[in-house]
Design a protein around this ligand. Structure first.
Ligand code: PMP
Ligand code: GLN
Length: 385
């Protein structure tokens, strides 16, 4: 393996899911739901297969899906994208992120990541030959909310910055960046002329009345933003791997050039099904969102009852906890022991950080699970000490 990929041999999600399977643990590690998406979407995929939509789709994606994505971005956020030149369908958000970086980052260019960062970001920056600069979200000492370190961000941005890879709602912290935090990023992007690659896979999963504000809608940002999302989290279909990237046509043409030689195309029969869901199943998504908010509360209360310090989750599938009140000081050691010890799997947050010490005591739990699964996990976690 080439040296630039040696730090990335195995993802924490694969490791913890394998450990959970081996030990029969309740898996609150890897973030995937344990119920299916809307029935009409599943039926549409079956129909597409029956109708023979089983060969290579067009390079940019099937037209009905690109049209549905354009309508969705316009309807939800007022963003305008031309379906023929400004939208590219990808194999999940993961490919959209990797292809964007490979297409746009020259070797040695700097890419700012907001830390803790989703694990594929660092590997994708490395594949592109870029140099990552991590800027922290840190728990506010009073509220526990993960807050952008604006001073560190200003210090990290400069002439070498090619792009900032943004994610809100944010995995793993569950933070929804505020308009003020996003405005700071937008201001720096324009001042230093860098791109923003905005990972919005949790765009529909915000709680307590919060609204998703894509950074591409901020003044001056449409021309320098790539907006990425996917059907996995919105429609409980993480295995379908239908994602997309939207942006100015020159940038999308570049991403398309890279994408065509990575996977070429993908998921033909799922594409019309996701188009159908984007057009018809947003009320189902609102029910999902309400359900997840309730599950967040259920797991937060249970974890607090079991002795964890629970940090607020404003969106996504995830809660971060501080394990020090339970007498543990290393989340990674704890997560590697938990499945065998009490039969629960979780994810140590330090694996998403350049300096593991900054998140040594934090552990992430996923709440995108059936209530009985959450309750069983809580029962077991109650026996931790
Ligand atoms: N970005 C974030 C922040 C994620 O949590 C995930 C995992 N679902 C992805 C991207 C990957 O999305 P996809 O499965 O569509 O590739
Ligand atoms: N996004 C999911 C998570 O954060 C996992 C996806 C994966 O396993 N790559 O848990």
């Amino acid at each position: 393996l080439v040296s630039r990929l040696q730090p990335f041999t195995s993802t924490i999600f694969a490791e913890m899911t394998a450990l959970a399977q081996r030990t029969g643990a309740v898996n609150l590690g890897q973030g995937f739901p344990d119920t299916d998406g809307p029935a009409s979407m599943l039926a549409a995929a079956q129909q597409a297969i029956a109708d023979g939509i089983n060969q290579y789709p067009p390079g940019p994606g099937r037209p009905e899906l690109r049209a549905a994505i354009a309508e969705h971005r316009a309807g939800q956020y007022g963003q305008q994208f031309d379906q023929d030149t400004e939208i590219l369908v990808t194999v999940g958000a993961t490919e959209a992120i990797a292809a964007s970086l490979i297409a746009l980052v020259e070797p040695g260019d700097e890419v700012i990541l907001i830390e803790p960062y989703y694990d594929s970001y660092a590997a994708s920056v490395a594949m592109a030959g870029g140099v990552r600069r991590a800027v922290a979200l840190r728990p506010d000492p009073d509220t526990g909310r993960f807050t952008l370190d604006v001073e560190a961000l200003r210090a990290a941005a400069g002439p070498k910055t090619k792009a900032l890879l943004l994610n809100t709602p944010h995995n793993p912290t569950g933070t929804v960046l505020t308009d003020a935090e996003l405005a700071e990023i937008a201001d720096l992007a324009q001042r230093h002329d860098f791109l923003v690659i905005s990972d919005e896979v949790y765009e529909h999963l915000l709680y307590d009345g919060r609204k998703h504000h894509p950074i591409g809608t901020f003044p001056g940002m449409a021309e320098r933003t790539l907006t990425i999302s996917s059907s996995g989290k919105t429609f409980n279909a993480t295995g379908w791997k239908i994602g997309w990237v939207c942006g100015p046509k020159e940038l999308i043409a570049a991403v398309r050039a890279a994408k065509q030689f990575i996977t070429f195309v993908g998921g033909a029969p799922f594409q019309p099904a996701v188009a159908h869901a984007l057009r018809n199943e947003l009320p189902w998504v609102e029910t999902l969102r309400q359900d997840l908010q309730r599950k967040r509360d259920r797991l937060s209360e249970g974890l607090a009852g079991a002795g964890f310090k629970v940090l607020p989750s404003e969106g996504t599938y995830f809660i971060c906890t501080d394990v020090r009140p339970l007498g543990f000081d290393d989340g990674a050691t704890l997560c590697r022991e938990l499945p065998e010890r009490i039969g629960v799997a979780a994810i140590p947050v330090q694996v998403f950080c350049d300096d593991p010490a900054t998140a040594r005591h934090l552990v992430r739990f996923a709440y995108c699970k059936r209530d009985e699964v959450l309750d069983e996990a809580l029962l077991r976690l109650g026996k931790l000490t």
